[in-house]
Design a protein around this ligand. Structure first.
Ligand SMILES: Nc1ncnc2c1ncn2[C@@H]1O[C@H](COP(=O)(O)OP(=O)(O)OP(=O)(O)O)[C@@H](O)[C@H]1O
Ligand SMILES: [Mg+2]
Length: 596
């Protein structure tokens, strides 16, 4: 026969079945029929692999595996669900249901007027039809040296009449989908919003993102994007993920001059809506049952004590805070513009004006060793200075006038050199391993100022990380840089300012791995993120999106793409090719830290 007694017993959950020792498939099928009434079989076996309808086939491009689904199991079969089909030697094919259809049990034509009228008047028996499911094989699960289960490419065809079995073993799902068994917790494997339950404890299958050095660098340094329409739960899910980064067990390699050290990461969150400093507080709604569940899957959940809020002092604005995290006020020194003149370009400057401004800034910074924005404006407004530039044909007079008008901006006056510590003088207090630093800008009414603060922080981190002479405090600490509303800052628009920041971030994304800088972008418009940056992002965490362009921009397998507009709150698709197969997961129903 095709299966050994032990193998069938194992597949059928250990019930004591008499297995025929005959060699024919027919006999084997009869044996199965004999046990049809056994509740365990009804629960575990969805149906059998058939050849009666279409030929059973595997080929270089795919497979045609057609299954007859038993009448009692029809309602259980869903598109996308995972099943296994045993091979006679004890290996298993692991696959997903890729197509479901009805066929007539007996050839009749039901596309008739009479049939339709009858159907509307009386109950028609579904058993007149066969339910057929197609299985797309994913891999073969086999035992390596009789101990460890591993996966390999599907190179063998399952036997006709093999049972199609419900997954009950957690390791089958983990190995079949190639999911790491530890790392950063993102959610639980699910189909259509329902978690897959196995007979292990706990029955759910956690989905972790690889966070060690076993096969290359940890995935956070290969960058992540969370995307979803407004209100779909991006911040909720992101907080749950961010929480997992902070703990004694999460450490990354950082190369000092002499040795490689294992250091906790520092989380820097640029927060335009003022939502993340609550990472500091536990969620009082977590019941002890929920906490036990979280603990059993090593999901971190208490507030992160070491959360700091850093807020830029803006003349006329007052930050009240949205959590108990301590607040430090800082100011952006005009000196930062020295290496980054684009910070004050604004969107509407043309090339001549940019060249002129760069020249004015160079000359000013060379002359004044204690530069301030006010002094710079006074300098360019000075008539003698103006005459020097315009009469010597260094800058055309009209250009000079436009530059002065654009740079002498009341908004800039409120940002640079305010009465607070300079951000550059407190980097040792910000980039501390194991610390979460939130930079809220939601309280700032002016978008121009909001963007200036965020761009200044982005550039400070990226420049120091990437430059060989960057500040040690930043260079030697693994940093996860969270950027909410990322499309605003990393879009493919054509302004000079946007181009510079995009180029910087594309470099950061490319080099992030070796510098321990992980970008974590959050956006509702992934299609607006520049494609050079998007290409560098390995992990895409996708919530509900309705915009076709947005969905297409994610470049994920078609069968998952079409599910995106139907995802409900908490339903997530994860596409992370270096971590696992593309999967659907259910995010936690509760936020592990405070969220309101
Ligand atoms: N998985 C979930 N289970 C239950 N409630 C959720 C879940 N995800 C989000 N919510 C709730 O939905 C609401 C919106 O969530 P959230 O603020 O995270 O959305 P968002 O996508 O960040 O929105 P925005 O576009 O405004 O930034 C919140 O009230 C949140 O508590
Ligand atoms: Mg949000």
């Amino acid at each position: 026969m095709e299966y050994s007694d032990e193998e069938l017993l194992a597949e059928l959950g250990g019930t004591e079945l008499e297995i025929s020792t005959s060699n024919s498939n027919d006999d084997m099928y009869k044996e199965y029929s004999k046990y049809k009434e056994s509740s365990l079989i009804v629960n575990n076996v969805y149906g059998t692999v058939t050849v009666g309808i279409e030929e059973l086939e595997i080929n270089d491009g795919g497979a045609n595996i057609v299954c007859y689904i038993r009448s009692g199991q029809r309602d259980e079969i869903k598109l996308g669900m995972y099943v296994i089909v045993p091979y006679p030697n004890g290996d298993h094919m692991f696959g997903r249901v890729s197509r479901i259809r009805y066929r007539h049990m007996y050839p009749t034509d039901d596309a008739t007027e009479v049939h339709s009228e009858r159907a509307s008047l009386e109950h028609m028996d579904e058993n007149d039809y066969k339910l057929i499911a197609h299985i797309e094989p994913i891999c073969i699960l086999y035992k390596n040296l009789k101990t460890k289960v591993e996966r390999k490419m599907v190179d063998r065809i399952p036997k006709p009449n093999s049972p199609v079995i419900q997954i009950s073993d957690k390791s089958h799902v983990q190995i079949g989908l190639n999911i790491p068994t530890e790392g950063l917790f993102l959610g639980h494997i699910a189909i259509g919003g329902e978690k897959i339950l196995t007979d292990s404890f706990p029955p759910t299958v956690p989905y972790y993102l690889r966070n060690d050095y076993e096969s290359g660098d940890p995935l956070p340094f290969r960058h992540t994007i969370v995307c979803g329409g407004t209100g779909t739960g991006k911040t909720f899910l992101t907080k749950n993920i961010f929480r997992q980064f902070i703990g004694e067990d999460v450490r990354y390699n950082v190369r000092d001059e002499k040795e490689t050290c294992q250091i906790q990461p520092c989380l820097v969150i640029l927060d335009p809506q003022d939502e993340y400093s609550q990472l500091n507080e536990s969620n009082s709604a977590l019941s002890s049952d929920i906490i036990d569940g979280l603990d059993s899957e090593k999901i971190k959940h208490d507030g992160i004590e070491n959360t700091q809020t850093f807020t830029a002092k803006i003349n006329g604005e007052n930050y009240l805070g949205c959590s108990s995290a301590p607040i430090t006020e800082f100011t952006i020194p005009f000196e930062m513009v020295k290496g980054n003149p684009w910070l004050i370009y604004g969107a509407e400057m043309n090339e001549n004006q940019i060249m002129g401004l760069d020249k004015l800034l160079d000359d000013y910074f060379n002359e004044d060793k204690e530069p301030t924005y006010k002094k710079f404006i006074a300098t360019i407004r000075d008539s003698e200075k103006k005459a020097h530039y315009t009469q010597n044909d260094i800058i055309h007079e009209a250009t000079y006038e436009s530059i002065s008008r654009k740079v002498d901006n009341p908004q800039f006056k409120r940002v640079f050199d305010q009465g607070a510590v300079s951000i550059t003088s407190i980097i040792d207090k910000i980039f501390v391993p194991g610390q979460v630093n939130v930079f809220p800008s939601g309280h700032v009414a002016s978008n121009r100022i909001k963007d200036l603060i965020i761009l200044a922080m982005m550039t400070m981190i990226v420049d120091n990380k990437l430059s060989t002479s960057g500040a040690k405090e930043i260079k030697n600490v693994p940093i996860i840089l969270g950027l909410d509303e990322a499309h605003r800052y990393l879009s493919k628009t054509s302004t000079t300012q946007a181009k510079i920041i995009v180029r910087k971030f594309a470099d950061a994304a490319r080099q992030g791995r070796k510098e321990s800088l992980g970008l974590f972008l959050i956006t509702q418009d992934p299609q607006d993120i520049d494609s050079t940056i998007m290409k560098q992002i390995n992990t895409k965490i996708i919530l509900n999106l309705n915009n076709e362009n947005a969905i297409n921009s994610l470049m994920i397998p078609k069968e998952f793409e079409k599910r995106i507009p139907y995802l409900k709150k908490g339903q997530v698709i994860v596409h992370s090719p270096d971590n696992s197969n593309t999967v659907e997961i259910a995010g936690l129903k509760t936020c592990v830290v405070k969220h309101n």
